[in-house]
Design a protein around this ligand. Structure first.
Ligand code: MRU
Length: 357
């Protein structure tokens, strides 16, 4: 998708420099910086510090992390340790383990040209994600079209966090139906939850929608409820970091409360996800590892000062305790449907099994 009119993807391998290129998302929207990941440690740090984030992009970065590990030192013990460190780098998004496992399976028993086999597989993971996100968009487009046919006016869509192209390779998951609707000439407007504490909605979703010319308005995270009561939201679409085979959806903290408000107001609440986000093993959502991040993400805020320099300031009382849980779980009963690359299905084990197994 576009930034200042130029097409980008979020991650790619540069054969000349033998490094992985990423867009440093910690600096957006104020600074656009392309960064080089030169070794597996760089990849681990980029995931931990959220220079790259969003479930599919974390997976893709981990896949390239394996490539960088093999390139750095092809010793099996080093590669094994690198795989374990990559898996540990962020606990909640299942795409990370999915991608590392896929790389490991591909490389097991390979003795020749390991680096090129690894690189091909990482590129394949990215290409597949891009195709899946495009299909998610075409499947989700039908829902927006139906609403537009009935309403004959702008379709107002609420989203939380960033499940946009910046969270994937291209298109995004939650935003892909929106981009497809816009391309088809359907008038859409997006309510963008700011998404405290890291403001992925304001900093990333609004930014990428602006760059694609899609009308959007940033709202504080607690505003969605009243907008729904006023009839100003036609549907919600969010992404997912891990969707259980039961249909329960783990996503950015605050998603659950938005789903409750949508349920109370009879507003359709959709979750868009590729199959790489499905966890077929965990059955009880309480067993999902929920990432707890540094309290500084809440107590401090970063922005541009009057000299256009990025500055971080403390906004909480110095003595206060702070808890920063990064994700929550929306039980399946509050989810209207799952928009996947294969089609739209109910958030239930039967429907998911039928679609994917
Ligand atoms: O902490 P983040 O920014 O990695 O969280 C991202 C989300 O919660 C997204 O909604 C999710 O990963 C889906 S991305 C298509």
């Amino acid at each position: 998708m576009k930034i200042e009119g130029q097409d980008y993807k979020t991650i790619w391998f540069d054969k000349k420099t033998k490094s992985v290129k990423i867009i440093d998302q910690t600096k957006l929207p104020h600074k656009f910086i392309i960064k080089d990941l030169e070794n597996v440690n760089d990849a681990i740090n980029a995931i931990k510090s959220m220079e790259v984030r969003g479930a599919p992009l974390i997976g893709a970065t981990a896949a390239y992390g394996v490539v960088l590990a093999v390139q750095e030192n092809n010793d099996p013990n080093f590669v094994k340790k690198s795989l374990a460190d990559l898996i540990q780098s962020r606990p909640t998004a299942i795409n990370l383990k999915w991608a590392v496992d896929r790389m490991m399976n591909k490389l097991s028993g390979v003795n020749n040209n390991i680096l090129s086999v690894a690189l091909e597989e990482a590129i394949d993971i990215c290409d597949q994600d891009e195709k899946f996100c495009e299909s998610i968009g075409l499947n989700g487009l039908k829902i927006i079209e139906d609403i537009y046919k009935k309403k004959k006016d702008t379709v107002n869509i609420l989203t939380h966090c960033n499940a946009g192209w910046l969270a994937t390779i291209n298109w995004g998951t939650a935003t892909s139906p929106i981009y497809h609707a816009h391309k088809k000439g359907i008038p859409v407007h997006v309510w963008v939850d700011e998404t405290r504490p890291r403001n992925q909605g304001a900093n990333l979703t609004s930014y990428e929608l602006n760059e694609e010319g899609i009308a959007n308005t940033i709202i504080a995270d607690n505003t969605g409820g009243i907008l729904m009561q006023r009839g100003d939201v036609d549907m919600c679409i969010v992404g997912s970091d891990r969707t259980l085979s039961t249909g329960d959806v783990c996503n950015k903290i605050g998603t659950y409360l938005k789903a409750l408000a949508a349920y109370d107001n009879k507003i359709p609440f959709y979750v868009a996800l590729p199959s790489s986000t499905i966890d077929w093993n965990i059955k009880n959502f309480k067993d999902i590892p929920i990432e707890e991040r540094n309290s500084e993400e809440l107590s401090h805020i970063e922005g541009l000062d009057k000299n256009n320099n990025l500055k971080k300031i403390l906004i909480y009382p110095k003595k206060s305790n702070v808890l920063n849980l990064a994700f929550d779980v929306t039980p399946a009963k509050y989810v209207t449907g799952l928009i996947t690359e294969k089609g739209i299905c109910k958030a239930s084990s039967d429907a998911l099994k039928k679609m994917f197994k």
